[in-house]
Design a protein around this ligand. Structure first.
Ligand SMILES: [Zn+2]
Length: 428
C-alpha cells in the first residue's frame, strides 16, 4: 500500500545530515549536521521528496495544488532528524538476567559471572525451550520500544540459541517480527557468540558446526545479511573468527565482529582482517593499539561504539572515541540492547553516554547514531539523512535545540516517529 503524501511542518530545527562528502563521516565531518531552521519536509510514496524552509514548501506548486490530499504533522517547533539507525542489538531472548545484575553489584566481574554459568549461557535455556511465536513476540516488543525512542532501522542478532535448531528459530523469529514492524530490520547470524556448554575445551568442534551446518542452513533460508563473531578472551579466538569469516564470505554474507571488549586482539589481527574480509563493522573496541587505529582510518570499516555496555557493567574505562574520531576512523553508536550487559533500547541514552563518558560532541553523537549507523549496515543510500530520494524515516523530539537530545538523560523526549512516510501513533 502506498502511503498518502505527508508534510511535516513547523520544524524548529531540522538536522538533515546531508553531505557533499562520499563515504561514512570522519573527523570534522562527523559534526556537520546541516541544520535548516523553520523547516518543512514533504514525503511521497514513502520517500522524502523535498526538504527546505516552511516558506519554500508553501510556494511549491505541487503542494499548492494538492494540499487537501496531504496529511500534515505539525512538529510544534521541535527538532526533527533522521530516524536512528541502531546497528547493534541482541533482542532474541526471553528473560532479563537479574541474578547477574545483583552478582555484579556485589563485586563479580563479567568473566567471573560467565564462569559461574551466568552471562550469555544463562540466556540459552530460555531461548532453546521457547516457541518461535514467543520469541517473535519478544522481538516485536523490543522493536516497538525502539520506535518509541526514535529508532527506525535496527540490526538484530541471533546468538542465544547456539544450536542449529535454536539459532534458526531465533532468526525465523526476527523475520516474523520484522514483517509486523514498519521499520527496517537487518538480521545478523551470531552463532559464534560463546562456546556453548557441551563444547567447552573443544571449541573447534563447535566452530565446525557453525561453518558446516549452521551457515549453510542460514544461507539457504536467506535468514541473515551478516555473520558476527564474538572474538575475545573467553569467547572465540582470532583463528576461529577467521575460519568463520572465511565460510561466511563464501556463502555471500557480510561480516562484522565483537572485538576488543575484554582484551586486545592478537597484534596484527585487525590489519589482516581488514585486508581479507573487509568487515562492515568492528564493535566495542575498548582495547585498541595506535597502529590499529591508523589502519582503521584508512578503511571503510565502521567502528561501532556501545557505551551502554560500559555503563551497565559499571566500568570506569570507555572506548577511546576521541582517538578514533581524531584519527579519521568512521565511528557509529549503537545501544547493544541485550539482557546481560546493555538492557536499553534508547539511542539518546547511548548518545548521552557518548558525550559524557567518551567526550563526543552532541553533534558527533547524532551523526554516529544516524548516518554512520546506516553505513555500518550498508544502508547509507536509503537511510541516515534527510534528503530527497531517501526513505521517509524521521523522528520528532520535543526540544528546541538538538543538543538537548543527549542532554536530557533518563527521559524520553521523542514524541513522534515517521517510518516510510507514515506517522506512527505518538509514544506520549
Ligand atoms: Zn553485542
Amino acid at each position: 500500500m502506498i502511503p498518502a503524501p505527508l508534510l511535516l511542518t513547523n520544524v524548529g530545527q531540522l538536522l538533515t545530515l546531508r553531505s557533499s562528502q562520499s563515504g561514512p563521516r570522519r573527523g570534522p565531518f562527523l559534526s556537520e549536521l546541516e541544520i535548516v531552521d523553520n523547516a518543512a519536509i514533504l514525503c511521497l510514496g514513502g520517500k522524502i521528496v523535498s526538504v527546505g524552509t516552511v516558506k519554500d514548501a508553501l510556494r511549491d506548486p505541487w503542494l499548492k495544488k494538492n494540499r487537501k490530499k496531504v496529511s500534515e504533522v505539525d512538529c510544534g517547533g521541535g527538532v526533527v532528524l533522521p530516524g536512528f539507525v541502531d546497528s547493534h542489538t541482541h533482542p532474541v531472548f526471553m528473560e532479563p538476567r537479574l541474578v547477574d545484575f545483583e552478582k555484579r553489584i556485589s563485586g563479580a566481574d563479567y568473566e567471573e559471572i560467565a564462569e559461574a554459568g551466568g552471562g550469555i549461557r544463562a540466556s540459552l535455556e530460555g531461548v532453546r525451550t521457547a516457541s518461535q511465536a514467543a520469541l517473535t513476540q519478544r522481538v516485536l516488543h523490543a522493536l516497538h520500544d525502539l520506535t518509541k525512542h526514535g529508532t527506525t532501522t535496527v540490526e538484530t542478532k541471533s546468538g542465544y540459541g547456539l544450536s542449529l535448531d535454536s539459532e534458526l528459530k531465533s532468526l525465523e523469529a526476527i523475520r516474523a517480527a520484522a514483517k509486523q514492524w514498519a521499520g527496517t530490520v537487518i538480521p545478523t547470524f551470531l552463532g559464534a557468540h560463546v562456546v556453548p556448554p557441551g563444547y567447552r575445551g573443544r571449541s573447534q568442534s563447535y566452530v565446525e558446526i557453525v561453518c558446516k551446518e549452521m551457515l549453510p542452513a542460514v544461507a539457504k533460508r536467506k535468514l541473515a545479511k551478516f555473520v558476527d563473531v564474538f572474538c575475545d578472551r573467553g569467547a572465540f579466538s582470532e583463528i576461529e573468527c577467521s575460519t568463520i569469516f572465511g565460510a561466511a564470505l563464501q556463502h555471500g554474507f557480510g561480516v562484522r565482529a565483537h572485538l576488543g571488549q575484554l582484551s586486545s586482539p592478537r597484534d596484527g589481527f585487525i590489519e589482516s582482517m581488514l585486508e581479507c574480509c573487509r568487515p562492515a563493522s568492528l564493535d566495542h573496541m575498548d582495547h585498541v593499539r595506535d597502529h590499529e587505529v591508523a589502519a582503521l582510518a584508512k578503511s571503510d570499516t565502521v567502528v561501532t561504539l556501545v557505551p551502554g555496555a560500559n555503563y551497565f557493567l559499571g566500568l570506569e574505562q570507555y572506548p577511546p572515541a576521541r582517538k578514533f574520531i581524531n584519527a579519521g576512523v568512521a565511528v557509529a553508536l549503537a545501544t547493544d540492547y541485550n539482557p546481560g550487559t546493555s538492557p536499553t533500547v534508547s539511542m539518546p541514552m547511548a548518545m548521552s553516554l557518548a558525550c559524557t563518558h567518551m567526550k563526543m560532541s552532541p553533534a558527533e553523537s547524532i551523526a554516529a547514531a544516524t548516518i554512520n549507523g546506516a553505513w555500518a549496515l550498508g544502508l547509507a543510500d536509503r537511510k541516515g539523512s534527510v534528503e530527497p530520494g531517501k526513505d521517509a524515516d524521521l523522528t520528532v523530539f520535543d526540544v528546541r535545540d538538538y543538543r538537548e537530545i543527549p542532554y536530557w538523560f533518563g527521559v524520553n523526549r521523542c514524541v513522534q516517529t515517521i517510518i516510510g512516510g507514515v506517522a506512527l501513533a505518538s509514544p506520549a
